[in-house]
Structures are given as C-alpha cells and as structure tokens.
Design a protein around this ligand. Structure first.
Ligand SMILES: [Zn+2]
Ligand SMILES: [Zn+2]
Length: 291
C-alpha cells in the first residue's frame, strides 16, 4: 500500500452534518462528502425543546454508518446546557437535557457525546467546576448509556470554566467516572483562549498540556476550525480552514503532528455555500496527503 493511501486510512475526518429530513439523511450526507467520522446535533442546539429520535430512523442510521464505515459518531450537545450554574432550576433543566442527549446518542449507537460544560457567570471558576462535577455525577446516576462524554475546551468568553486543558483535566479527575471518555480540543477555541497554534512551538505547548493534564489516550476528538478573531480574543467565531488568523501554516503544523494526526477530526467551519464543506475537507485532505 502506498504511503498516501495508508495515511488516508489512518485519518478519520468528517464534518458537523445536518440531520434535516431525518437522522439517516445525515449519514448519507456525510458519506457523499467522503467523511469517515461525523458529528450531529440531535435537535436545535439553541432551544430547550427536544424529542427522541424516531426508532426506524435510528435503525436506518445505524445500518448506514456501518455500510459507509463512519466511525466514530459524535453527538454535540445543546449550547443551553450549563452544569456550573448556581440556579437550581437551570441546573435541573441542564441535567435533564444532558440525560436526553445521552439517551438519544445511545439510540443511534453514537460512541461519544461532546459537551461544553458551562459558565461560572461571574462566580468563582473553581467552585463552578466543582458544581459541574456534581452535576455530571447526577446525570450519570439518572441515565445509563454506552455513549461516553468528551469535554470540549471553550474560547475563554467571560465566565468560561473550561478554556484551558488544565481545567478540563481537573473536571475529569474530580469525576473519576468511566462515563467521561476524555476531551475534545477545538483549534478555534484554543486559539481564542490564547494557545498560539500558528507555529510549531504553540502546537507543542498545547500537546504538553494535553499530556500533563489529560493524557494523550484521552484526546478523542479535534474540532478543526480556523478563527475569525485574533489570538487571545476570547471570542468564539469559526472561519474556513486557512482563511482565518490561524492560517494554512498553522493547520499544516497541527495536521503534520504525529500525535494529533491519529485523532478523529471534525470540521465545524461556516456553511454559507453548498460547496463550503467540500472545499474545507479538500484542504484538510491535501495537507494530510502532502504535508
Ligand atoms: Zn467545537
Ligand atoms: Zn465554537
């Protein structure tokens, strides 16, 4: 087998995919873009309203993702969930919604559920992380699932409690639960939170933190996104690969790294044009194949 083909089979690359028309349609969409992994929202992520997947559709999805060899499948949870809140009503709504996400992910055989843990909203961040830990344990008690959580780093917006790898590691250590499989590193969020991924040193710095605070075996997913905002802006605005402040050189450094190149990649880049996903995936495949 040529080196190029070998690299292609090692890499798992996909995009965040719409479930419009039913969950099985999402598998078809991903396959039509040559994705070998994928991510979905199980409902509108900006609304509390939700309902379980249709059973027939869930079955069709499972058959199709096997047929297309899409693996693993990630479900990204709603943005409304805040497990660090001080408000008991907000907390119980958040835990209920997380339980629903875990159940739905189980129904379609998704391996992982990606979570933004929450915001301290002006309160002490360490205490907020402690609240998030007990909220996670409450959710794990009330729902059994084989789909495991991965905690995503956030962009460092005001109140964010997980904008560093150290903070993610702290939550995982304090949970001591096998229901948390590990972490997702979003490149746009990391860059906005101050990790300079434009050069090799910045990428190595991030890797050192992953090794020290989580462990490489815990790195389950990379959200590969460029950033519309400069380094350390604390603002979460995704850009097309190579068109933002991280730039093509930065993505070459990230994708040519021996450790990062073994981790599944999901793009959450803008979808203004029908062809945007194809273009962004094309750039990633070119770098993976040609360096
Ligand atoms: Zn992300
Ligand atoms: Zn984001």
């Amino acid at each position: 087998m040529s080196l190029k083909r070998e690299i292609n089979t090692i890499h798992r690359v996909g995009v965040h995919t719409s479930i419009a028309g039913g969950i099985s349609k999402a598998a078809d969409r991903a396959a039509s873009l040559n994705c070998s992994t994928m991510q979905i929202f199980s409902h509108n992520p900006r609304q509390w309203k939700h309902s379980a997947f249709d059973e027939g559709e869930a079955k069709r999805f499972k058959i199709l993702r096997e047929k297309y060899n899409i693996h693993p499948v990630f479900v990204h949870v709603s943005y409304l969930i805040n497990l660090a809140t001080c408000s008991e009503s907000m907390l119980s709504k958040s835990i209920d919604l997380l339980c629903y996400e875990l159940r739905n992910a189980d129904m379609i055989g998704a391996e992982y559920v990606v979570l933004h843990t929450g915001s301290a909203r002006g309160r002490d961040e360490r205490d907020a992380r402690k609240r998030a830990v007990s909220a996670l344990l409450r959710a794990f008690k009330s729902v059994r699932s084989t789909s495991a959580l991965v905690l995503e780093n956030t962009a460092g917006e005001k109140g964010d409690i997980t904008s560093s790898i150290k903070a993610l590691g702290e939550i995982i250590d304090n949970c001591q639960s096998d229901r948390i499989a590990g972490i997702c590193v979003d490149t746009c969020h990391a860059f906005s939170a101050g990790y300079d991924l434009r050069g090799v040193e910045g990428v190595e710095g991030l890797l050192t933190e992953i090794k020290d605070y989580a462990g490489f075996d815990k790195l389950k997913l990379i959200h590969l996104n460029d950033s519309k905002r400069p380094l350390g802006s604390g603002i979460d605005r995704h850009e097309h690969i190579g068109k933002g402040y991280i730039g093509l050189k930065g993505f070459k450094n990230i994708l040519n790294d021996k450790i990062l190149s073994k981790v599944p990649i999901i793009l959450e880049t803008p979808k203004n044009d029908e062809d945007d996903d194809r273009k962004n995936l094309g750039k990633v495949f070119r770098i993976l194949n040609h360096g």
